[in-house]
Write a protein that binds this ligand. Structure first.
Ligand SMILES: Nc1nc2c(c(=O)[nH]1)N[C@H]1C(S)=C(S)[C@@H](COP(=O)(O)OP(=O)(O)OC[C@H]3O[C@@H](n4cnc5c(N)ncnc54)[C@H](O)[C@@H]3O)O[C@H]1N2
Ligand code: MOO
Length: 393
């Protein structure tokens, strides 16, 4: 069976190159830069005061000095400081030519137009021109933009950005036992939850997600849903991927022309995972068990969607921590155990929940992380160093 690593490489290879569109800076949170953004400013554009106080020449310490003017943010003092002179200055104001020191007002004594320095603290309190960034500096393509990136790009005076178009995801859940939240389930029926979770995970990865009406366990119903999904960059099916008589997804997708990349992987939960190409889009078939659907969406769907946007950080890095309990040896599939994280003096401590049933949503919802155990991992003791993947809220 295919390893998780090889399966992920195949899934990522299904991503076409991202397409760019232009958005306003204020609308760009969470978007991925399609082109380098180039600064049109140098910051600070001038040597700037970092404190409220007085600008002067260090050679003139401790004074007394003549106060010859005032510089405020947005209102520079235009002269050049001569020996024995000081300028009243406020945070953010350009430091006058000739001055090489700003003394905080707490360290100075003003008497009319005269100034004495009572204690200089060895810090010039001047932010040098360009100490943050220079005109022509770049924020690189592939960067997913957070709030601080937006602030940086605003300061760089870049009001519009070229970002990757959001991939469109069609979420296709199905099964005769399923009804949507709010409906009255008949005997033998349950509420569909996977489509909600998978659409939420797709949106968290920057995609636009459309949840299709629930399919029935017939080829006709599935075909109709695939037709409704046309035009999507990615169709994510949920359930019907296993070996049962009603597990039709793989068959229908292949009848419609899907070229399968794989349909089983050495992973737990999530063995019946399917991926392939259908027309210009990709198909990912997630297993129906609710925990399996969420875990495989985190491990495969989200990286694929990020890759479709050209995100340089498409695959989240694995973290290291210490194990909170003893564990028995593993089987032949890579195991992702739902776990809680605690911060200790030794670093993060990760403790898997006792019940790892792939249908229990309460355990999945309580998990902070997935503990990763490789195939054939021997028994582990409390305190051993282990790998895990954090699960963001
Ligand atoms: N004989 C075998 N049986 C099963 C195997 C196997 O290898 N041999 N694999 C098991 C594993 S592992 C998993 S995972 C499941 C996956 O099966 P399917 O992908 O075909 O999923 P379904 O049979 O359609 O559903 C499984 C389970 O999940 C519930 N479900 C499905 N969709 C939703 C939804 N949208 N919301 C909430 N719950 C959903 C469904 O009711 C079933 O209880 O197969 C095992 N069997
Ligand atoms: O893969 Mo199933 O996903 O083990 O529950």
């Amino acid at each position: 069976m295919l390893s998780v690593e090889d399966a992920l490489a195949l899934v990522l290879s299904l991503a076409p190159p991202p397409q760019a569109e232009t958005v306003a800076l204020a609308d760009a949170l969470g978007r991925v830069l399609a082109d380098d953004a180039v600064s049109r400013m140098t910051q600070p554009p001038f040597d700037a005061a970092a404190m409220d106080g007085y600008a002067l020449r260090a050679a003139d310490l401790p004074g007394p000095l003549d106060i010859v003017g005032e510089a405020a943010a947005g209102r520079p003092w235009g002269g050049t400081l001569a020996a024995g002179q000081a300028v009243r200055i406020f945070t953010g104001a350009p430091v006058p030519a000739g001055a090489d020191l700003v003394v905080m007002q707490e360290d100075a004594l003003r008497e009319g137009g005269r100034l004495r320095i009572t204690g200089a603290r060895g810090n010039a309190h001047i932010r040098k021109r360009g100490n943050d960034f220079a005109e022509g500096d770049r924020v690189p393509a592939g960067r997913r933009l957070g709030a601080a990136d937006l602030a940086l790009l605003a300061a760089m005076n870049v009001p519009r950005l070229s970002v990757a178009r959001r991939p469109v995801v069609a979420v296709l859940a199905g099964g005769d036992e399923l009804v949507p939240p709010g409906a009255q389930p008949a005997a033998g029926q349950i509420i569909s939850s996977n489509d909600i979770a998978v659409a939420a995970l797709a949106r968290a990865a920057g995609a636009e997600a459309r949840i299709l009406p629930l399919a029935r366990d017939t080829e006709d119903s599935l075909r109709a849903r695939f037709a409704q999904a046309q035009g999507a960059d990615l169709i994510v099916t949920i359930g019907g991927a296993s070996v049962g008589d009603h597990d039709l997804i793989g068959k229908v997708a292949q009848d419609l022309g899907m070229e399968p990349a794989f349909h089983r992987i050495a992973m737990r939960p999530g063995k019946p995972l399917m991926a392939g190409r259908l027309g210009r889009g990709a198909v990912l078939g997630l297993p129906g068990n609710p925990v399996s659907a969420i875990v495989t969406a985190v491990l495969f769907m989200q990286p694929l969607l990020r890759r479709m946007q050209g995100d340089a950080a498409a695959v989240p890095p694995v973290c290291r921590g210490v194990l909170g309990i003893d564990l028995p040896p593993e089987g032949s599939r890579q195991h992702y155990l739902r776990a809680s994280l605690a911060q200790t003096a030794q670093g993060p401590e990760i403790t898997p929940f006792a019940d790892q049933d792939s249908a229990r949503l309460t355990v999945m919802a309580a998990a902070d992380a997935l503990l990763i155990r490789p195939p054939g991992d021997p028994a582990r003791q409390r305190g051993d160093s282990v790998s895990y993947l954090p699960l963001p809220r």
